[in-house]
Design a protein. Structure first.
Length: 62
């Protein structure tokens, strides 16, 4: 059975894990309504993509 000969120090362990951090999700503000949205995606709030109305506006249906 494989057993480590020496204990890996916290510094060496943490240096190995330095690239495992999660990156935050990129968001941009919708130019139409100002809500945060994913870049290159349809705005969930107003239904606009690339300055075109693609879906009905949720705010108008209420």
């Amino acid at each position: 059975m494989a057993v480590p000969k020496k204990k890996i120090s916290k510094s060496r362990r943490d240096m190995r894990r330095s690239h495992l951090a999660l990156t935050p999700v990129a968001t941009v503000l919708c130019p139409n309504c100002g809500e945060p949205k994913l870049p290159h995606h349809l705005c969930n709030n107003c239904g606009v993509y690339n300055n075109r109305q693609v879906l009905k506006d949720k705010r108008q249906s209420d």
